[in-house]
Design a protein around this ligand. Structure first.
Ligand code: UD1
Ligand code: UDP
Length: 386
């Protein structure tokens, strides 16, 4: 069989990290059968949202970078589609691998499906059941443009069945006869692989930020519902400041530029207050190993991120999610993730609950065996054998 040419499409921070799980598994097991090339849409372009991950995770530089940058959804996605189409026509990959639910995922799905390149969607089937989220539309459209769909959880697999995908489909698989798999989560593969390295390389963070293990809270905020709604952002941050002061516990906040932009534009006095508070440490977005170290050593996580709330589970930390709903519903059922939205009362209540009872929580293995990427690549090979 000729070597399969697989085109990875990435664009946002978490997609670069996710693609590293696939590249690592490929290098270890399949490099004689699969040649990977990578297209970066340029959705994220700041060094700390993009290059830092290629460097730290030792990924080859992308073969193509469309450099689309930031823009409205329509403009950004259309620039991506145009650029991806051109690369597809020139490169003629055997398949296109998409990750997650960003505008880069959607653009990759539309461009590839319309030109009849098989789409492989990793992290398929996740649903928030809130179509006001741009990511929910991206997920649904990407899943329905795919030939192989890799669901990370039981809930995601069931969501696909509820939308008409049939596990009993037989080869040859196509966009009209797609195959769905339950795989586990490639981000769990990554966390298992990098946890010890993070501990070895990043323990200096303790001194740099004057932290004590298990005695600080990690906070990330980047979702549009929080960054672009002044009242929500204000409620969240004022409540967190109050809690940090009353519990005398430091909060480490590696903030996305989007959050900093909003603070600068609309909440300057609050931003100054936060920076003047001895318990609050707002820092630039950090590298994946730094983030892994923070997650592994903190007392609790507060976030609106999909990836970070899941990583809270990998590192057995309670987590407050600053949203009304989540795609990782098993964590809520398990009681280790609490949905507090941007409601000060609920944030206080859940924070207090976790400060008092964090140690008795259980963290069952919802996310596979750490070999999801290997499984996915093997099934991609089968697609071309059949
Ligand atoms: C995007 C994804 C989101 C994902 C997140 C991961 C969509 C619709 N959203 O959100 O699902 O959770 O990435 O981090 O695809 N900006 C910079 N520097 C950059 C990139 C962005 O300053 O390198 C600023 C710009 O002001 C930009 C804003 O952040 O307008 C938002 O960027 P964008 O890529 O549109 O969405 P994210 O919020 O990053
Ligand atoms: N992450 C990181 N540095 C940060 C914030 C997040 O390396 O400052 C990592 C995090 O560990 C996780 C991924 O980025 O693996 C999650 O990305 P993000 O929260 O931006 O997006 P989401 O998962 O919500 O799409």
């Amino acid at each position: 069989m000729a070597k399969i040419k697989l085109l990875n499409i990435v664009g946002a921070r978490p997609q670069i990290i996710k693609s590293s799980a696939i590249s690592r598994a490929n290098l270890l097991n399949f490099h004689e059968e699969i040649k990977e090339i990578t297209l970066h849409t340029g959705q994220h372009y700041d060094k700390e949202l993009s290059d830092v991950f290629f460097d730290e995770l030792e990924l080859p530089k992308p073969d193509f970078n469309l450099g689309v940058g930031s823009a409205s959804h329509g403009r950004q996605t259309s620039l991506m589609i145009t650029g991806i189409e051109e690369v597809l026509l020139n490169e003629k990959p055997d398949c296109v691998v998409l990750y997650g639910d960003t505008n880069s995922t959607l653009a990759g799905a539309i461009a590839s499906a319309k030109l009849h390149f098989p789409v492989i969607h990793i992290e398929a089937g996740l649903r928030s059941f809130n179509k006001c989220m741009p990511e929910e539309l991206n997920r649904i459209m990407s899943d329905h443009s795919s030939t192989l769909l890799f669901a990370p959880t039981n809930a995601a697999f069931k969501n696909l069945m509820n939308e008409g995908f049939r596990p009993e489909n037989c080869p040859p698989y196509t966009i009209d006869n797609p195959k769905i798999y339950l795989t586990g989560d490639i981000m769990y593969d990554n966390s298992l692989f990098f946890a010890a390295l993070a501990e070895r390389k990043k323990a200096s963070l303790l001194e740099q930020l004057s932290l004590e293990r298990e005695k600080f809270v990690l906070v990330t905020i980047h979702r549009d519902i929080n960054t672009d709604d002044i009242d929500r952002l204000k409620n969240i941050l004022s409540t967190l400041k109050e809690l940090a002061e009353s519990y005398t516990i430091p909060l480490v906040m590696p903030f996305h530029p989007r959050t900093i932009n909003s603070l600068n534009a609309w909440l300057r006095p609050l931003y100054d207050e936060l920076r003047g508070c001895g318990y609050i440490n707002i820092i630039p977005p950090c590298s994946y190993l730094e983030m892994t170290w923070f997650e592994k050593n903190c007392r609790m996580i507060i976030t609106d991120s999909g990836g970070v709330q899941k990583e809270s589970h990998f590192f057995r930390k309670p987590c407050i999610v600053l949203r009304k709903e989540t795609e990782w519903i098993e964590l809520v059922t398990n009681g280790t993730v609490k949905l507090a939205d941007a409601n000060p009362e609920r944030i206080r209540e859940e924070f207090t609950g976790f400060m008092n009872s964090g140690n008795g929580l259980e963290y069952p293995g919802f996310y596979g065996d750490g070999k999801a990427a290997e499984f996915i690549l093997r099934e991609i090979l089968h697609l071309f054998e059949s």
